[in-house]
Design a protein. Structure first.
Length: 397
């Protein structure tokens, strides 16, 4: 089914092509890395126990690039490309720059400052080439729309992009987490973009975020079979930073695209829906990032220093298995992101009910270990000694 101005079939093809290319390219990249002996060593903060090849971000970018190239050839999607709009060109160059920075970091361990400079350059490049914040709606009083000039737009876009890049990079610490969160967040923004396309009869400005999200969701889905626990390859910083940049690009592109003449000033949810959906889709990684920075600064450490206090580490400590930790985080992100986007699709009463149901379901899934009695019990020293003896015996055998 195709709605007015909504190229559902073409966007579906883009998503599937991105998934297929990424899946195949990941196998090739992994084979090359294993044969060359380039595998990620185990660090103190890691939760995996076997050396694993990285650089999966190269395969992901390959999938995204192939999908965007195909999109540019499809008549139904050409309105999302230059010369009509420069946004897709800006996204491709920004993505290329961030992947280069990520690959160098994956291979040679860049310092925090050097990596930050690389992220800033990629974000500025994308913004200067034509993808930047142009307006911000403030729901105060009768509502105010701030129109930004080019310099203000570049600064706002760069800060937002670097924040997202680091948020996804910070949360990428457990098999399948970053790819799954990228797919869910991208899917939520994709649904919002489709809603705008439908409501506005195929507005040109809504094509880029839809294309970006279709490619993003596809590349994440294509990578997940290789990356879900037990992971056979990591995406590395090249992959996590790519997801962050594409989420930022889709968010910036989607923001401000709603036609305010279609709504009354009292309909705050409709007017703020781009911002709400974007913030909801990235809520978990941003929350994890903010908590990490505050935690480290309070201890007198660098905000870029690594630790084992991320949200996924805490869920593991609660008693969740590796896979269940990932699934619980999927549930929370889905509940918040799709709950928010539902306000753009359904009447407010139905959307609110759906949001509550999703949040309650995620909360119940989180406390499963407590219900099963896996937490809150004091450790038995005899059991611990027995486990140590068994481990020693196994090692001797």
């Amino acid at each position: 089914m195709t709605g007015a101005g909504v190229p559902l079939r073409e966007l579906g093809i883009i998503l599937l092509v991105a998934a297929a290319i990424t899946y195949l390219a990941t196998g090739v990249v992994r084979s090359i890395l294993v044969r060359s002996g380039r595998v990620a060593e185990i660090r103190q903060r890691d939760v995996h126990t076997q050396p694993t090849p990285s650089l999966g971000g190269v395969a992901m970018f390959t999938g995204f690039l192939g999908a965007v190239f195909l999109a540019a050839q499809l008549p139904a999607l050409t309105r999302g490309f230059a010369p009509i709009t420069p946004e897709m060109t800006a996204v491709l160059w920004g993505a290329f720059a961030i992947v280069v920075v990520g690959v160098i970091d994956d291979l040679y361990e860049l310092g925090a400052l050097t990596k930050l400079i690389g992220q800033l350059l990629a974000a500025v490049l994308m913004s200067v080439l034509g993808l930047s914040v142009t307006m911000i709606y403030l729901p105060f009083g009768d509502g105010t729309t701030l129109v930004l000039d080019q310099t203000q737009g570049v600064i706002a876009s760069t800060v937002f992009t670097v924040l997202l890049v680091n948020a996804i990079n910070f949360v990428d610490g457990i098999d399948g987490l970053a790819a799954g969160l990228g797919a869910i967040a991208g899917g939520a923004i994709l649904i919002f973009s489709l809603t705008v396309l439908h409501d506005q009869g195929g507005a040109v400005s809504a094509y880029p975020p839809a294309i970006i999200c279709a490619g993003l969701v596809g590349m994440c889905i294509g990578f997940l079979p290789h990356n879900f626990e037990p992971s056979r390859i990591f995406m590395g910083d090249s992959g996590s930073m790519l997801i962050g940049l594409l989420l930022a690009a889709a968010s910036i592109s989607a923001s401000g695209k709603i036609n305010m003449s279609l709504y009354g000033t009292a309909d705050v949810v409709a007017l703020m829906s781009p911002v709400i959906v974007v913030l909801a889709a990235i809520a978990l990684p941003v929350l994890d990032l903010v908590m990490a920075v505050v935690r480290r600064l309070s201890k007198g450490k660098s905000p870029f220093s690594a630790d084992r206090q991320h949200i996924h580490h805490r869920l593991l400590a609660l008693g969740h298995t590796h896979r269940r930790t990932v699934l619980v985080l999927y549930l929370w992100v889905s509940a918040v992101a799709f709950g928010a986007v539902s306000f753009s699709v359904f009447p407010s009463r139905i959307a609110l009910l759906l949001s509550i149901v999703l949040l309650v379901f995620a909360a119940l899934a989180t406390i499963v270990p407590a219900v099963q009695g896996k937490i809150g019990r004091p450790k038995d020293p005899d059991d611990e000694q027995t486990q140590r003896r068994n481990g020693t015996a196994s090692a001797s055998a």
